[in-house]
Design a protein around this ligand. Structure first.
Ligand SMILES: NC(=O)c1ccc[n+]([C@@H]2O[C@H](COP(=O)([O-])OP(=O)(O)OC[C@H]3O[C@@H](n4cnc5c(N)ncnc54)[C@H](O)[C@@H]3O)[C@@H](O)[C@H]2O)c1
Length: 270
């Protein structure tokens, strides 16, 4: 497979490690980087992918390189900047920065581009799981999806939570946001990916309920959500463990992206 990457940060780097460890048959790699980092990325790839990696700085160059699959792992702005052209060129694109799709105009634009290009964009489960059953149950009728995001208080610094609770002084959990996935994605962009994934897989931005909690009793980021449907109810809870190599990497997200790539390379997709 010729793999295209938009962005070469934590997720991209760790993804390539996982794919190498799994001996994935990646015959060529093209990375779309910001111009100011292109040289550094080239230098890094010269050791990991000596013969087959190329670094480009424009979507047109990425398209011309002819990747079989493009993985966007660069950020919300990069989705807006590059994904439309890639999809319109007929290249399947995995979008990791799913929170970007809270912008209804961008979502419509990408859908149109995919339709015109005869391609599609894929939304991996990312930091959470259970998206298979959530999406599968949609035609059966889902009446409620309720997500709770729980993190250690200081993990919420730099968000509007700072103004709502005394994060440093908390002695017990504080629920500082309760509302729709739409509002959660807008007010808390760092949490937007999970809210967006659940909203898009299930019952939409306004029906999906979100609670965000600062909890001094936990040391990890905990995602939990419950689904009520006509045929089954379920609750799923995921406790992310910090990565020893790179505490900033969302490791479950990397593995969920690797799964999408590996499923395209193996005889059995699961
Ligand atoms: N779906 C999920 O559950 C989930 C979970 C975690 C992270 N994410 C998203 O994944 C994305 C990547 O995360 P990360 O930890 O690898 O981030 P990171 O900051 O480590 O890496 C992003 C990389 O993209 C590059 N970049 C930024 N804008 C670009 C552009 N316009 N064109 C080309 N390259 C560009 C940066 O230079 C950087 O190398 C983020 O948007 C994050 O929100 C999604």
């Amino acid at each position: 497979m010729h793999l295209g990457l938009i962005g070469y940060g934590n997720i991209a780097r760790t993804l390539l490690k996982v794919l190498a460890q799994e001996q994935a048959a990646i015959s060529a790699l093209t990375v779309l980087s910001l111009p100011e980092f292109a040289e550094g990325v080239e230098g890094e790839l010269a050791t990991t992918f000596p013969a087959s990696a190329r670094v480009v700085t424009r979507a047109e160059e990425l398209i011309a390189a002819g990747p079989d699959l493009v993985v966007e792992c660069a950020g919300h702005q990069a989705v807006a900047q590059h994904a439309t052209a890639v999809l319109r060129a007929g290249i399947e694109t995995l979008i990791v920065s799913i929170g970007a799709l809270a912008d209804a105009g961008l979502y419509a634009q990408l859908t149109r581009a995919a339709h015109e290009g005869g391609s599609r964009f894929l939304l991996p489960a990312g930091a959470i799981g259970g998206v298979d059953i959530l999406s599968a149950l949609r035609p059966a009728g889902i009446s409620a999806v309720t997500y709770t995001g729980r993190k250690p208080p200081m993990a919420w610094t730099g968000t509007p939570a700072e103004a709502l609770v005394d994060l440093a002084g908390l002695t017990e959990e504080a629920v500082f946001f309760e509302g729709t996935a739409r509002d959660a994605a807008t007010l808390y962009p760092k949490n937007a990916n999970v809210a967006a994934t659940l909203a898009l897989a299930g019952i939409g931005w306004d029906e999906t309920r979100v609670r965000l909690i600062a909890d001094p009793a936990v040391g990890r980021n905990i995602h939990e959500y419950s689904v009520t449907s006509e045929v089954a109810d379920y609750t799923i809870r995921i406790e992310g463990k910090p990565s020893v190599d790179n505490p900033k990497t969302s490791v479950t997200t990397v593995y969920s992206v690797a799964r999408e790539v590996l499923n395209r390379l193996r005889e059995v997709a699961i």
